[in-house]
Design a protein around this ligand. Structure first.
Ligand SMILES: CC(C)(COP(=O)(O)OP(=O)(O)OC[C@H]1O[C@@H](n2cnc3c(N)ncnc32)[C@H](O)[C@@H]1OP(=O)(O)O)[C@@H](O)C(=O)NCCC(=O)NCCS
Length: 142
């Protein structure tokens, strides 16, 4: 398994992986080709991919807002789960953020997503049950 930065040439592989992984994503909004292409040009947003030979088997988006780092869109192909790949991708993302001087990394995980919550705990993340997530959207697809 190899980890490398993804480019827009990998877009269709990314979408196929997110679909087969059952990840909730926004193909008409921030996960459209145009939007992802724009994000990939920013130094604050790095798309990592895990590959087995030429097959994309894992993704992780690593972002920072200048104050805090975020790990997003972590998805592993169902055939490759429970092999530690999510852990390896997350560690690779953390390394990028720590190198940038970011000292805090945050994850947003649905309450029903027990696997991801276990993963976060196994990586040493602290759970905050006292925080409620608010958003404002310019349209529902974003
Ligand atoms: C969640 C997900 C990324 C885990 O990927 P993975 O490569 O299988 O995870 P790892 O093998 O690195 O597992 C690391 C730890 O996560 C937890 N974990 C992973 N899968 C689990 C499962 N099915 N049940 C319970 N805990 C699980 C365990 O603590 C595990 O450590 P262990 O194997 O030593 O017990 C993967 O199941 C997935 O892609 N799910 C669908 C998309 C998704 O929900 N993404 C996260 C959005 S926030």
């Amino acid at each position: 398994m190899k980890i490398r930065e993804l480019t827009i040439k990998d877009y269709s592989k990314i979408i196929d992986l997110w679909t087969v992984s059952g990840l909730e994503f926004k193909p008409k909004g921030r996960d459209s080709r145009k939007s992802i292409q724009g994000e990939m040009k920013k130094s604050s947003c790095i798309y990592l991919g895990a590959f087995e030979k030429e097959e994309l088997i894992g993704t992780l988006i690593v972002t920072d807002d200048g104050r805090k780092g975020w790990l997003n869109r972590l998805a592993i192909h169902p055939d490759y789960r429970r092999k530690g790949i999510a852990k390896k991708l997350s560690r690779a993302g953390e390394k990028i953020l720590f190198k940038k001087g970011i000292g805090i990394i945050a994850l947003l995980i649905f309450d029903h997503n027990e696997k991801s919550q276990n993963l976060a705990k196994s990586l040493g993340y602290e759970e905050h049950r006292d925080i409620v997530y608010f958003t404002k959207r310019i349209n529902p697809d974003i």
